[in-house]
Design a protein around this ligand. Sequence first.
Ligand code: ADP
Ligand code: MG
Length: 246
Amino acid sequence: MSETTPMVRMAGVDKHFGELHVLRDINLEVPQGQVVVVLGPSGSGKSTLCRTINRLEPIDSGVIEIDGKTLPAEGKELARLRADVGMVFQSFNLFAHKTILENVTLAPLKVRRTGKAEAEKNGIALLERVGIANQRDKYPAQLSGGQQQRAAIARALAMKPKVMLFDEPTSALDPEMVNEVLDVMTGLAKEGMTMLVVTHEMGFARRAANRVVFMADGEIVEDATPDTFFTAPKSDRAKDFLGKIL
Ligand code: ADP
Ligand code: MG
């Protein structure tokens, strides 16, 4: 794809849950290497936005492309293209009955058909990168929340994704563990990973984001640099939101 093809492109995306119009004409392009922080009140559609990007949720209309390719609705092609999109959730979603290393090597072994030795070598390198290689033989429940979330990030990275989606990755953590996860994310951003991050961590948004997208009632209401968004929000919705959290 050409240099100008955005890594993520959403055009005219609409989605309903029954009567509820949860995404309204979403138009969003994320260029390669950009870090977009998505802000907005609870229920504004942030999680749904993330979930539509890798087709965990179907859309009613519009287009979603990853690196210029539309995700098919189902089938083998979907599994392969979906692997280009790494996702990290609020609740770490690790496999409880697999070790940390097994969690990280599972998808490469199954979906990418990587050999075992190579998958383990890559897996250990990723666990080193997120600072928990010494925990590799433990089970998720034996790790702290911060360590589990770092394992979840390593697991997503093991598929060599083109873009990483984070949906409130630190919201379930005890406060003293938030920074160890944000530090890993900041490192990824510096290395040039394309990222879409839903978070309430305003420090991270100011520090690491190239862009802030503010959602309310299923709409993108503002799309600005962090500096502009935090110092001169345009809409009443954003002013109201910032007034409550800052
Ligand atoms: P946010 O992540 O910004 O808090 P969500 O995307 O989770 O918002 O939800 C947006 C709206 O869609 C909310 O009103 C929520 O209750 C509703 N919603 C989310 N998931 C479902 C679902 N699976 N079925 C029905 N309604 C849903
Ligand atoms: Mg949410």
